[in-house]
Design a protein. Sequence first.
Length: 173
Amino acid sequence: MSVTPIEVHIVPATAEHQEFLWEMLYLSLYAEPGQEPFTREIVHQPGLSKYVEHWGRTGDAGFIALVQEEHSTDMQPIGAVTSRFFTNDNKSYGYVADDIPELSLAIVPGYRGAHIGTSLVFALLDELRRRKYPGVSLSVSPGNPALRLYERFGFREVGVEGTSLTMLLRWDG
């Protein structure tokens, strides 16, 4: 697939982006080819809603990718990467430890394959290192093309939860 180069602006995710983060949570859900797509309401189930609810709490980190709309000065969000801490008592799908945040990433379908995910992940990893977190985890379906992106960054499989891989990237040794 050939993607036209575009100018992307990466900005910190704030509480003002909450509605877009809900959309990105939905787009982050991977359905295997031939599988019925998820309903949009699924993101409001407790196992998923905790990734976005009350965005901006202590420890949350994230970035939004914006592009300028054609023939306009308005900026349109087209992707997001976030990380959030979970606990042993409130585990997420990619939970590894209380001191390791979990990464979530999604790109609007028409913009996938243009290295926007790579730019977003670079921004988040830089921020997490700046905050001196020991690493970051994630959950990904083995058939999800994003798996290759995570492997390029050095994420390694550390477990399986249901039908998804739990992956970890540590930089503290």
